[in-house]
Write a protein that binds this ligand. Structure first.
Ligand SMILES: Nc1nc2c(ncn2[C@@H]2O[C@H](COP(=O)(O)OP(=O)(O)OP(=O)(O)O)[C@@H](O)[C@H]2O)c(=O)[nH]1
Ligand SMILES: [Mg+2]
Length: 317
């Protein structure tokens, strides 16, 4: 590992540790209370643990899996201190997430055989789509890719301007039309422009707010279909953005969205300043769709490639 890479990863780790501070403090103090005055891991401790995991937004199904693992590992009525229980929990959660072969990446990379690689970003309003696009454009550009943005959220004028600000900040081109124009037409233009410029990556923003859900899903379908007139297998990635600070709501949104339209990866944002970081553990376990990115702040650098081992490590540190 190079010197710079080492510096980068330790910085990344520090940011992650800091962002998860609130989740960790809440979790650890609840955990301490659960074992305070106890001399063994009995049913009462396990019940408490179950409650702590559920209230940390890990989700019921994933919590039950974790409890089962702890039960089979800890001999009944064995004495365990808080440190030890914490360590076992960390190991079991890590083990559980290891059963999926996603969340191993550590860098912002895209497959080489797709050019341009087309990434479409979807999600309900306010979750952080546009911000995540700006941060992604920054990271991809930094990694040496040529990026073009498409302002496919034509529902609000401010949405187009917001993406323009990010494009300017990062220094990448943007393709836009007027407010109210057809998002599919913007996507078409963006792909054509990207092909003409020999760009590596296209990122298309979409509206989160439309008159109703059916409209929104129909529109996404249309955008995809029209894109394929330019790049036949586009989009290569449909990234659903979820607001992690909404906890179980993020879960629900993921369920509803994935049922209504094809989603190929997830980004969970706003993990800074929330006590609901556990939601990422549940989402990674419950959805077949990989969590690719996590948002840890509003700044341009505040996006990380989701790595499950680093995440669990930070969560329990
Ligand atoms: N703290 C924090 N704030 C974030 C993060 N990601 C996005 N935000 C903030 O969330 C708010 C909404 O972000 P947008 O990117 O506009 O969300 P959007 O999904 O594009 O919203 P619409 O365009 O209305 O559908 C902004 O104030 C962002 O700065 C994050 O990781 N952490
Ligand atoms: Mg937006």
């Amino acid at each position: 590992m190079s010197f710079f890479k080492r510096i980068f990863s330790s910085e990344k780790k520090e940011t992650l540790d800091k962002s998860l501070e609130k989740s960790k403090t809440t979790f650890f103090s609840k955990l301490s209370k659960a074992v305070a005055g106890k001399s063994k891991v009995d049913d009462a401790v396990l019940d408490n643990l179950e409650e702590i995991l559920v209230s940390s937004d890990v989700g019921v199904n994933t919590t039950l899996k974790i409890i089962t693992r702890i039960e089979s590992r800890v001999a009944a009525d064995k004495y365990l201190g808080i440190e030890e229980l914490n360590k076992i929990l960390q190991e079991e959660i890590s083990g559980l997430l290891s059963e999926t072969n996603t969340g191993e990446a550590t860098e912002f990379v895209i497959p080489k055989d797709k050019k341009p690689y087309v990434l479409m970003v979807v999600g309900v309003n306010g979750v952080g789509k546009t911000t995540t696009i700006g941060k992604l454009a920054y990271q991809f550009k930094k990694a040496g890719y040529k990026v073009v943005l498409g302002a496919g959220d034509t529902f609000r004028a401010a949405a187009i301007d917001q993406l323009q600000i990010w494009a300017d900040r990062v220094g990448v081109p943007i393709v836009r039309q007027n407010m109210g124009s057809d998002p599919a037409s913007v996507a078409f233009d963006t792909l054509q422009s990207a092909v003409a410029q020999d760009a590596d990556i296209v990122i298309i923003d979409t509206a989160g707010r439309l008159h109703n859900k059916v409209n929104l899903m129909n529109e996404l379908t249309k955008v995809k279909r029209v894109m394929q007139k330019v790049v036949s297998d586009a989009p290569h990635d449909v990234l659903l953005v979820l607001d992690g600070s909404t906890g179980q709501n993020a879960f629900e949104q993921a369920k509803q969205f994935t049922a209504a339209t094809e989603v190929t990866s997830l980004a969970v944002t706003k993990l800074d300043g929330t006590a609901k970081g556990g939601v990422v553990i549940g989402i990674s376990d419950q959805f077949k769709i990989p969590v690719k990115y996590i948002g840890v702040g509003e700044g341009i650098e505040d996006l990380q490639v989701f790595n499950k081992h680093e995440f669990v490590d930070s969560f329990f540190k």
